[in-house]
Design a protein around this ligand. Sequence first.
Ligand code: SF4
Length: 121
Amino acid sequence: MAEVNIICIGCPLGCTATLTIGDGGEVAAITGCECKAGEKYVVEEYKNPVRVLTATVVTQGSPQPLLPVRTAVPIPKAKLLPGMKVLAKTRVKPPVKIGDVVIPNLLDTGIDVASTSDLAI
Ligand code: SF4
């Protein structure tokens, strides 16, 4: 058995949950959460933490040197650094409209990276 502490970000209370992890890696017990939604969040955060990847990509042929982008939905944390490496190699040419897909299916996640801004010529 081991214990893992995770702060729930489900609401401003910011409960600190303590997860008791069994020898097989399963969550055996949870203490510290004030609600069931928080318990669900901390178990997901332990098993499969995800984050929205937000960054910028370099542009070509535009007075705006960088274009802000983000994944449409959160991706696994383990994919953040490899995803940033893909973004670092990406070059985008105008015109781009807000919401346009800049990189489809990032790292075979099935998740697109989309522009969060227009890019003018
Ligand atoms: S466990 Fe519930 S009450 Fe506590 S921070 Fe998370 S959502 Fe808020």
